[in-house]
Design a binder for this molecule. Structure first.
Ligand code: FE
Ligand code: FE
Ligand code: ZN
Length: 274
Protein backbone atom coordinates (compact mmCIF):
# COMPACT_ATOMS: atom_id res chain seq x y z
CA UNK A 1 0.00 0.00 0.00
CA UNK A 2 1.37 3.41 -0.97
CA UNK A 3 3.91 2.22 -3.57
CA UNK A 4 1.31 2.29 -6.30
CA UNK A 5 0.17 5.83 -5.42
CA UNK A 6 3.77 6.96 -5.32
CA UNK A 7 4.33 5.61 -8.82
CA UNK A 8 1.35 7.67 -9.98
CA UNK A 9 2.92 10.78 -8.44
CA UNK A 10 0.86 10.98 -5.27
CA UNK A 11 1.96 11.65 -1.71
CA UNK A 12 -1.26 10.69 0.04
CA UNK A 13 -4.02 8.19 -0.64
CA UNK A 14 -7.23 6.77 0.66
CA UNK A 15 -7.84 3.13 1.43
CA UNK A 16 -10.67 1.01 2.68
CA UNK A 17 -9.79 -1.02 5.77
CA UNK A 18 -12.36 -3.60 4.60
CA UNK A 19 -14.28 -4.32 1.42
CA UNK A 20 -15.96 -0.97 0.58
CA UNK A 21 -19.20 -2.88 0.11
CA UNK A 22 -18.90 -4.22 3.64
CA UNK A 23 -17.76 -7.49 5.14
CA UNK A 24 -14.95 -8.56 7.37
CA UNK A 25 -11.47 -7.13 7.14
CA UNK A 26 -8.43 -9.34 7.23
CA UNK A 27 -6.21 -9.33 10.27
CA UNK A 28 -3.18 -7.15 9.65
CA UNK A 29 0.11 -8.15 11.19
CA UNK A 30 2.14 -5.77 13.31
CA UNK A 31 5.01 -6.23 10.82
CA UNK A 32 2.84 -5.14 7.88
CA UNK A 33 1.81 -2.00 9.72
CA UNK A 34 5.38 -1.27 10.76
CA UNK A 35 6.55 -1.66 7.13
CA UNK A 36 3.79 0.64 5.88
CA UNK A 37 4.62 3.27 8.49
CA UNK A 38 8.28 3.15 7.54
CA UNK A 39 7.48 3.48 3.83
CA UNK A 40 5.14 6.46 4.36
CA UNK A 41 7.69 8.12 6.56
CA UNK A 42 10.69 7.61 4.30
CA UNK A 43 8.78 8.81 1.28
CA UNK A 44 7.33 11.85 3.02
CA UNK A 45 3.73 10.95 2.47
CA UNK A 46 1.12 13.31 3.86
CA UNK A 47 -1.73 12.20 6.07
CA UNK A 48 -3.84 9.37 4.70
CA UNK A 49 -7.61 9.58 4.47
CA UNK A 50 -8.95 6.12 5.24
CA UNK A 51 -12.53 5.57 4.06
CA UNK A 52 -15.17 3.69 6.03
CA UNK A 53 -17.24 1.14 4.07
CA UNK A 54 -20.09 2.54 1.99
CA UNK A 55 -22.45 0.02 3.54
CA UNK A 56 -21.78 1.35 7.01
CA UNK A 57 -24.85 3.24 8.25
CA UNK A 58 -24.79 4.02 11.95
CA UNK A 59 -28.20 5.71 11.78
CA UNK A 60 -29.97 2.93 9.86
CA UNK A 61 -33.63 2.40 10.74
CA UNK A 62 -33.08 -1.36 11.14
CA UNK A 63 -31.53 -2.21 14.48
CA UNK A 64 -29.45 -5.02 12.99
CA UNK A 65 -27.85 -2.83 10.30
CA UNK A 66 -27.19 -0.17 12.90
CA UNK A 67 -25.48 -2.68 15.17
CA UNK A 68 -23.36 -4.14 12.34
CA UNK A 69 -22.35 -0.67 11.24
CA UNK A 70 -21.38 0.30 14.76
CA UNK A 71 -19.21 -2.81 14.92
CA UNK A 72 -17.51 -1.97 11.59
CA UNK A 73 -16.72 1.52 12.85
CA UNK A 74 -15.38 0.19 16.14
CA UNK A 75 -13.25 -2.44 14.42
CA UNK A 76 -11.87 0.06 11.85
CA UNK A 77 -10.91 2.61 14.49
CA UNK A 78 -9.40 -0.03 16.74
CA UNK A 79 -7.16 -1.33 13.93
CA UNK A 80 -6.17 2.17 12.94
CA UNK A 81 -4.81 2.80 16.42
CA UNK A 82 -1.67 1.17 14.98
CA UNK A 83 -1.46 3.77 12.17
CA UNK A 84 -1.52 7.03 14.10
CA UNK A 85 -1.73 10.61 12.84
CA UNK A 86 -4.05 10.02 9.90
CA UNK A 87 -7.73 10.58 9.09
CA UNK A 88 -10.65 8.18 9.06
CA UNK A 89 -13.52 9.50 6.94
CA UNK A 90 -17.00 8.04 6.64
CA UNK A 91 -20.43 8.88 5.29
CA UNK A 92 -22.55 10.08 8.23
CA UNK A 93 -25.42 7.86 7.13
CA UNK A 94 -28.99 7.68 5.86
CA UNK A 95 -31.81 8.04 8.35
CA UNK A 96 -34.15 5.90 6.17
CA UNK A 97 -37.35 7.58 7.26
CA UNK A 98 -36.44 8.00 10.92
CA UNK A 99 -36.03 11.74 10.40
CA UNK A 100 -32.95 13.94 10.34
CA UNK A 101 -33.09 14.70 14.08
CA UNK A 102 -33.10 11.04 15.09
CA UNK A 103 -30.34 10.29 12.60
CA UNK A 104 -28.15 13.07 13.92
CA UNK A 105 -28.53 11.86 17.52
CA UNK A 106 -27.75 8.25 16.54
CA UNK A 107 -24.65 9.23 14.56
CA UNK A 108 -23.34 11.55 17.28
CA UNK A 109 -23.91 9.20 20.20
CA UNK A 110 -22.58 6.14 18.36
CA UNK A 111 -19.44 8.07 17.44
CA UNK A 112 -18.86 9.20 21.00
CA UNK A 113 -19.54 5.74 22.46
CA UNK A 114 -17.37 3.93 19.90
CA UNK A 115 -14.44 6.30 20.39
CA UNK A 116 -14.63 5.76 24.15
CA UNK A 117 -14.69 1.97 23.64
CA UNK A 118 -11.73 2.05 21.23
CA UNK A 119 -9.72 4.09 23.69
CA UNK A 120 -10.57 1.72 26.54
CA UNK A 121 -9.79 -1.38 24.50
CA UNK A 122 -6.51 -0.10 23.07
CA UNK A 123 -5.50 1.61 26.28
CA UNK A 124 -4.59 4.81 24.43
CA UNK A 125 -6.32 7.99 23.29
CA UNK A 126 -7.76 7.90 19.77
CA UNK A 127 -4.79 8.08 17.38
CA UNK A 128 -6.58 9.39 14.28
CA UNK A 129 -9.10 12.14 13.59
CA UNK A 130 -12.56 10.91 12.57
CA UNK A 131 -14.07 12.89 9.69
CA UNK A 132 -17.68 13.26 8.64
CA UNK A 133 -17.94 13.59 4.86
CA UNK A 134 -20.05 16.35 3.31
CA UNK A 135 -22.75 14.54 1.33
CA UNK A 136 -24.83 15.27 -1.78
CA UNK A 137 -28.07 14.93 0.17
CA UNK A 138 -29.29 12.04 -1.98
CA UNK A 139 -32.35 10.25 -0.57
CA UNK A 140 -32.29 10.35 3.23
CA UNK A 141 -28.56 11.05 3.42
CA UNK A 142 -27.52 13.17 6.39
CA UNK A 143 -24.71 15.67 5.91
CA UNK A 144 -25.98 17.43 2.78
CA UNK A 145 -25.78 20.74 4.61
CA UNK A 146 -23.09 22.30 6.78
CA UNK A 147 -25.74 22.78 9.49
CA UNK A 148 -26.40 19.04 9.72
CA UNK A 149 -22.70 18.26 10.08
CA UNK A 150 -22.38 20.96 12.72
CA UNK A 151 -25.35 19.47 14.60
CA UNK A 152 -23.63 16.05 14.65
CA UNK A 153 -20.35 17.54 15.89
CA UNK A 154 -22.12 19.59 18.56
CA UNK A 155 -24.25 16.74 19.82
CA UNK A 156 -21.28 14.34 19.85
CA UNK A 157 -19.24 16.80 21.88
CA UNK A 158 -22.00 17.59 24.35
CA UNK A 159 -22.84 13.88 24.74
CA UNK A 160 -19.25 12.61 24.75
CA UNK A 161 -17.88 15.42 26.87
CA UNK A 162 -14.48 16.99 27.12
CA UNK A 163 -12.60 13.81 26.04
CA UNK A 164 -14.06 14.04 22.55
CA UNK A 165 -12.64 17.48 21.87
CA UNK A 166 -10.40 17.65 18.80
CA UNK A 167 -11.13 14.08 17.72
CA UNK A 168 -13.73 14.91 15.07
CA UNK A 169 -13.59 16.89 11.85
CA UNK A 170 -15.02 17.16 8.35
CA UNK A 171 -13.91 15.99 4.89
CA UNK A 172 -15.14 18.29 2.13
CA UNK A 173 -16.14 16.52 -1.10
CA UNK A 174 -16.36 19.05 -3.95
CA UNK A 175 -18.75 16.92 -6.02
CA UNK A 176 -20.99 16.34 -3.04
CA UNK A 177 -21.31 19.96 -1.87
CA UNK A 178 -21.92 21.03 -5.48
CA UNK A 179 -24.63 18.42 -5.93
CA UNK A 180 -26.04 19.46 -2.54
CA UNK A 181 -26.49 23.00 -3.85
CA UNK A 182 -23.37 24.91 -2.78
CA UNK A 183 -22.42 26.85 -5.91
CA UNK A 184 -18.63 26.87 -5.69
CA UNK A 185 -18.37 27.87 -9.37
CA UNK A 186 -20.21 31.15 -8.76
CA UNK A 187 -18.88 31.89 -5.28
CA UNK A 188 -16.21 29.61 -3.83
CA UNK A 189 -15.18 32.22 -1.28
CA UNK A 190 -18.75 32.64 -0.11
CA UNK A 191 -19.25 28.89 0.31
CA UNK A 192 -16.01 28.50 2.26
CA UNK A 193 -16.88 31.50 4.43
CA UNK A 194 -20.24 29.88 5.09
CA UNK A 195 -18.44 26.67 6.07
CA UNK A 196 -16.20 28.69 8.34
CA UNK A 197 -19.10 30.49 9.99
CA UNK A 198 -21.14 27.32 10.58
CA UNK A 199 -18.50 24.64 11.28
CA UNK A 200 -15.13 26.41 11.29
CA UNK A 201 -12.44 25.73 8.68
CA UNK A 202 -10.10 24.50 11.42
CA UNK A 203 -12.36 21.42 11.39
CA UNK A 204 -11.98 21.01 7.63
CA UNK A 205 -9.25 18.38 7.60
CA UNK A 206 -9.32 16.83 4.12
CA UNK A 207 -10.72 17.35 0.63
CA UNK A 208 -12.17 14.86 -1.85
CA UNK A 209 -11.40 16.57 -5.14
CA UNK A 210 -13.97 15.54 -7.75
CA UNK A 211 -15.80 17.09 -10.65
CA UNK A 212 -19.50 16.31 -11.03
CA UNK A 213 -21.65 14.86 -13.81
CA UNK A 214 -24.72 16.79 -12.68
CA UNK A 215 -25.99 20.29 -12.02
CA UNK A 216 -25.46 22.15 -8.77
CA UNK A 217 -28.30 21.18 -6.44
CA UNK A 218 -29.10 17.94 -8.32
CA UNK A 219 -28.49 15.78 -5.20
CA UNK A 220 -27.19 13.02 -7.47
CA UNK A 221 -23.59 12.19 -6.43
CA UNK A 222 -22.00 11.10 -9.69
CA UNK A 223 -18.30 11.96 -9.86
CA UNK A 224 -16.56 13.13 -13.03
CA UNK A 225 -12.92 13.56 -14.06
CA UNK A 226 -11.43 16.93 -13.13
CA UNK A 227 -12.33 19.60 -15.67
CA UNK A 228 -14.72 17.34 -17.60
CA UNK A 229 -17.77 17.97 -15.45
CA UNK A 230 -20.17 20.69 -14.41
CA UNK A 231 -17.84 22.23 -11.78
CA UNK A 232 -15.01 22.73 -14.24
CA UNK A 233 -11.25 23.20 -14.17
CA UNK A 234 -11.23 26.88 -13.19
CA UNK A 235 -13.22 26.27 -10.02
CA UNK A 236 -11.30 23.13 -9.05
CA UNK A 237 -8.05 25.01 -9.59
CA UNK A 238 -9.33 27.78 -7.30
CA UNK A 239 -10.18 25.08 -4.71
CA UNK A 240 -6.68 23.62 -4.57
CA UNK A 241 -5.15 27.11 -4.42
CA UNK A 242 -7.54 28.50 -1.83
CA UNK A 243 -5.81 29.90 1.29
CA UNK A 244 -8.41 28.30 3.58
CA UNK A 245 -7.62 24.84 2.17
CA UNK A 246 -3.84 24.78 2.30
CA UNK A 247 -1.99 21.84 3.83
CA UNK A 248 -4.96 19.50 3.52
CA UNK A 249 -4.71 16.11 1.83
CA UNK A 250 -6.52 16.19 -1.54
CA UNK A 251 -7.92 12.83 -2.54
CA UNK A 252 -9.11 12.04 -6.07
CA UNK A 253 -12.27 9.95 -6.37
CA UNK A 254 -12.72 10.51 -10.08
CA UNK A 255 -13.62 7.74 -12.54
CA UNK A 256 -10.14 6.97 -13.93
CA UNK A 257 -7.62 4.30 -14.73
CA UNK A 258 -4.00 4.54 -13.57
CA UNK A 259 -2.98 6.68 -16.55
CA UNK A 260 -5.87 9.00 -15.85
CA UNK A 261 -4.94 9.35 -12.19
CA UNK A 262 -1.31 9.97 -13.05
CA UNK A 263 -2.35 12.81 -15.36
CA UNK A 264 -4.80 14.25 -12.83
CA UNK A 265 -2.23 14.23 -10.03
CA UNK A 266 0.14 16.08 -12.36
CA UNK A 267 -2.59 18.61 -13.22
CA UNK A 268 -3.44 19.19 -9.57
CA UNK A 269 0.24 19.80 -8.75
CA UNK A 270 0.44 22.35 -11.57
CA UNK A 271 -2.73 24.05 -10.32
CA UNK A 272 -1.34 24.19 -6.81
CA UNK A 273 2.12 25.45 -7.51
CA UNK A 274 2.13 27.33 -10.82
FE1 FE B 1 -17.05 9.12 0.42
FE1 FE C 1 -16.09 11.55 -1.33
ZN1 ZN D 1 -19.60 10.59 -3.94
Amino acid sequence: MGKHEQKLGGDTFAFFPRNPRGGKSKAVSAEDIAALRRFLDENRFGKLVVHGAYTMNICAAKEEIRANSREMLRDDLLRLQALPGNFYNFHPGCHVGQGVETGIVQIAETLADVIREVEAESGAPLQNTVLLETMAGKGSEIGGSFEELKAILDHAESYGGEELRGKLGVCLDTCHIWDAGYDIAADLDGVLRQFDRIIGTEKLCAVHLNDSKNACGSRKDRHEQLGKGTIGADTLKAVVRHPLLQNRPFILETPNDDKGYQAEIQTVREWMFF
